[in-house]
Design a protein around this ligand. Structure first.
Ligand SMILES: CC(C)N1CCN(Cc2ccc(Cn3ccc4ccc(-c5n[nH]c(N)c5C#N)cc43)cc2)CC1
Length: 240
């Protein structure tokens, strides 16, 4: 998978060379290219933004640099352009799984009040476009979201996670939150690891973990337990 990032703050994406994505780069599983949007400006001040038509606070990122960048990067029908934006569709594990099937992602990271709408409209004519939000809180730009989405996607690529078993286990959580995990020492801070986890009885361990996951989900995310959330789409036979 090739990943390109368009940003006016390329240093913000330096973490892409570290931890999980770094290993994927070294192994050749992903090919990462961070681009400074100012590369596609031509004035002395390397201008990327201007005041919003219709008035209002702040600045808007100009369309021309993005248009020239898409052209230079060969954005085409084989590319998925991800615009991170507060007004995007919520980023979910399901969307991560979908993006992990793509051969090429180009992240367009906005700043200020956002990117001129015509950039998105143009991109939709030449590539697949997803406008994605990390969540219902306000960031100052799209780079953090691009990093988070990248990590969630790259870890799903076949052959990436050192312990593929953990990916398989994750997919079997049945939509519940993760159970508590423990490691050595058996006692720390006067706190003992639950004996069931040291019993060697895999059946008991599995049951305990399922119960812990359900209890944690009920406490923190009751919405995940709501009937619609657990609905697999099977039509309910209604009494006539
Ligand atoms: C004046 C008044 C009526 N406006 C009303 C609407 N507000 C919306 C607004 C707010 C902040 C920003 C800053 N910003 C620039 C590019 C950019 C990309 C992603 C995100 C972002 N924030 N939160 C997420 N989950 C994101 C993601 N993914 C934020 C970004 C851009 C836009 C702006 C203020």
């Amino acid at each position: 998978m090739r990943l390109d990032y368009l940003t006016i703050f390329p240093d913000y994406l330096a973490p892409l060379g570290l931890s999980l994505p770094g290993k994927a780069v070294e192994s050749g599983l992903i090919d990462v290219h961070v681009h400074d949007l100012r590369e596609w400006t031509h004035d002395r001040h390397r201008t990327v933004d201007d005041t919003p038509y219709g008035g209002g606070a702040g600045m808007v990122l100009k369309p021309e640099p993005f248009g020239e960048a898409f052209e230079a990067l060969g954005v085409d029908e084989h590319t998925t352009v991800v615009f991170t934006t507060p007004s995007g569709e919520p980023f979910t594990q399901r969307l991560a799984e979908e993006l992990a099937t793509r051969q090429r992602l180009v992240f367009a990271c906005g700043r200020y009040e956002g990117i001129d709408q015509r950039v998105i409209d143009h991109a939709r004519e030449v590539a697949e476009v997803r406008e994605v939000s990390l969540g219902d809180y306000v960031l100052n730009g799209g780079e953090v979201a691009a990093l988070a989405i990248t990590e969630a996607v790259v870890r799903l690529l076949p052959g990436f996670m050192g312990n593929a078993e953990s990916l398989v286990e994750e997919s079997h959580t049945g939509g519940l939150l993760e159970y508590p995990v423990y490691t050595k020492p058996p006692v720390w801070d006067g706190r003992e690891v639950p004996m069931v986890l040291r019993s060697g009885d895999h059946g008991l361990v599995a049951a305990w973990r399922q119960e812990q996951a359900r209890r944690r989900t009920a406490e923190r995310r009751p919405d995940l337990l709501a009937p619609s959330a657990l609905d697999d789409g099977t039509p309910i036979e209604r009494a006539v």
